[in-house]
Design a protein around this ligand. Sequence first.
Ligand code: ADP
Ligand code: MG
Length: 346
Amino acid sequence: MSKEEKKHHEIDALGEFGLIDSLTKDAVLKNPSSLLGVGDDAAEIELSTKESMLLSTDMLVEGVHFNLSYVPLKSLGFKAVSVNVSDVLAMNGKPEQLTVSIGVSSKFPVEAITELYKGIHSACEFYNVDLVGGDTVSSLSGLVLSISVIGRAAKEKICYRSGAKENDLIVVTGDLGTSYLGLQILEREKGVFLENPNIQPKLDGYDELVKKQIQPIARQDVIDIFQELDFVPSSMIDISDGLASELLHIAKSSECAVSIYSDKLPITEKVILTAEELSLDPYMCAMNGGEDYELLFTASQKDYEKIKNHPSFSIIGFVTDKSQDNLLIDKNNSAVRISAQGWKHF
Ligand code: ADP
Ligand code: MG
């Protein structure tokens, strides 16, 4: 191998997070207003002694993050906003403004972009955020959609990935694995359709799964619940890449470890039945499925009374010392190390 060739590394070998680390390790924050840079769900920029602005960006690429053969453009617009809003919520912030940038092929009819924007506008209504700008360029390889969101929060309420403490409770909202199974159903029906276009897709009975995959709702309601309960999580992250991956982010950022219990994971009857039908393990779907856009947070034991009975919350485990392994413990008390499957988008 020549010297020149040796310099090339495969992106796959680094992984998504390895790549981000290597690209951003030398980024120094020069402005005192930049309170937090890379490494959390959103960056934090100081507004005043009491308040910060939160800023986050996400990009969706056709054929990688969505497939126009089964995702209606209106839903895609809504989802793209949800994905961004979710990152501000994950900091316990209130999303307020959006910019939307699109790369479109000139072959794309205007009506299609109008549909996409119907979804974007509808999500802006739903989350009470304002579309304030963006960019429009042509693309040679499918539709690209990049959204940035700005939010705000009282400094004392902001939740970072790094705040978890030993013995804190680990909590997730809603249920897990639903979105992933929705995607599996869509893929199955697309396969059937490609083989025989006369067969209509069978999505009846899978509505809740497909809906959560196609048009997830970011948990803005949970931020309001925290307010009502007078509760601030010790750390928080949204579940975009799968529970396992997000647990490891919290553990790494907070310099701790986690133990969670498989029988505490919020998995619906529908997820169990559909996983069985597709010969998948429902626990794997919940741990590694991704795109649930639920919130994962930790709570100090002193807040147990505040959160214990809320129907949207499931306490799934607790934070341990960093000398421990990150563990998934089953009902027979046997433990396996948690590993993130992630990287599915590359
Ligand atoms: P999320 O899943 O919450 O959207 P990501 O895993 O995409 O977060 O990103 C993790 C962190 O890395 C975030 O703080 C994000 O802003 C930062 N990041 C991701 N890609 C880049 C990049 N190309 N350059 C600089 N920062 C990046
Ligand atoms: Mg996030």
